[in-house]
Design a protein around this ligand. Structure first.
Ligand SMILES: Cc1cc2nc3c(=O)[nH]c(=O)nc-3n(C[C@H](O)[C@H](O)[C@H](O)COP(=O)(O)OP(=O)(O)OC[C@H]3O[C@@H](n4cnc5c(N)ncnc54)[C@H](O)[C@@H]3O)c2cc1C
Ligand code: FES
Length: 277
């Protein structure tokens, strides 16, 4: 019988420094590996440990997988020291995905904060693969400073040129500097005047990922501007261990995030008291 905890040997093809704290790792698993936008993997640094991460690349790219990782502790610091040609392990994919087939012909609002951009980049690349299926995509993103913006050249320039008027970007930083000509303010301020771009907010879908405090205030604002709880999709991050619904580490109310999520609608979670902890 296959061991569900056995990782697939995976070579690091390239390391991209996104910000002082965040790197993107381009990975080539030894075996065929397929995921869908929103699902996560468990990534092992040999001799150090493993952690859950959401691929940030397009699920349509079957040649490689990218993960974008912020350095916060033991595993992520060890990973940040790794170089091209080093080997890690991955297992998965686990959890559910964004139900993109339900969003056809709709206006989609994506809201990201910090490294929460990672699963949203995978989602964005998956949606733009079939861009004619969607009425409009509005992408809002907030970082602490201009240096903390991930996928900078894509989000500030390339994607707009590539995908044209069906997509638009609202990028903000908490604190600007002399290089920054864009908007300054918390990511929630990008949700002001949304009706200039989204013609029917009650019919529109929103997708949020970022630090818990950002998710909380973004969700409250989305409700305030007219999004329905069942149309607000949240990617929840809980401490995980097994990743396969066995250990209970990732419990959130009646749900196990690794098994029932990580993607939930606010409607599913709204009565859970510790939702943002
Ligand atoms: C489904 C899912 C997807 C994720 N996707 C990404 C991603 O794409 N990119 C990314 O950078 N991070 C992602 N994370 C968070 C990532 O798993 C943790 O940052 C990482 O496991 C920390 O490991 P560490 O050994 O470096 O830190 P540790 O030494 O274990 O801890 C350092 C700090 O990080 C916190 N922490 C530890 N584990 C987690 C965890 N699982 N979730 C949140 N905080 C944690 C601890 O409370 C502590 O404050 C995701 C988490 C989940 C649950
Ligand atoms: S991580 Fe073990 S049950 Fe979810």
């Amino acid at each position: 019988m296959n061991n569900p905890y056995q990782p697939i040997k995976t070579k690091i093809l390239k390391v991209i420094t996104e910000t002082p704290q965040i790197k993107t790792f381009v990975l080539k698993p030894e075996n065929h590996f397929k995921f869908e936008a929103g699902q996560f993997i468990q990534l092992t640094v040999p001799g150090v440990g493993e952690g859950p991460f959401t691929p940030s690349s397009s699920p349509y790219d079957l040649e490689k997988i990218e993960v974008t990782i912020m350095r916060v502790g033991k595993v992520t610091s060890a990973l940040h020291k790794m170089k091209e040609d080093d080997v890690v392990g991955i297992r998965g994919p686990y959890g559910n995905r964004y139900p993109v087939e339900k969003w056809k012909n709709k206006e989609i609002l994506i809201v990201g904060g910090g490294v929460g951009f990672a699963p949203l980049r995978s989602l964005f690349l998956s949606l733009t693969h079939n861009i004619k299926d969607y009425k409009k995509i509005v992408f809002c993103y907030g970082a602490k400073t201009p240096q903390d913006i991930v996928y900078k050249e894509a989000v500030l320039d390339r994607w707009q040129r590539e995908f044209g008027k069906n997509v638009s970007f609202r990028i903000t930083v908490d604190r600007g500097d002399e290089t920054w000509k864009g908007k300054v303010g918390l990511v929630t301020t990008t949700l002001d005047n949304l009706d200039e771009e989204i013609s029917s907010i009650p019919e529109s879908v929103s997708v949020v990922c970022g630090p818990p405090v950002m998710m909380k205030f973004t969700t409250l604002k989305l409700l305030d501007v007219g999004y329905k709880p069942e149309n607000i999709y949240l990617s929840m991050e809980k401490n995980m261990s097994c990743g396969i619904g066995k250990c209970g580490h990732c419990q959130l109310g009646k749900f196990l995030v690794c098994r029932d999520g990580p993607v939930f609608t606010y409607d599913q979670l709204k009565d859970i008291p510790a939702i943002w902890d």
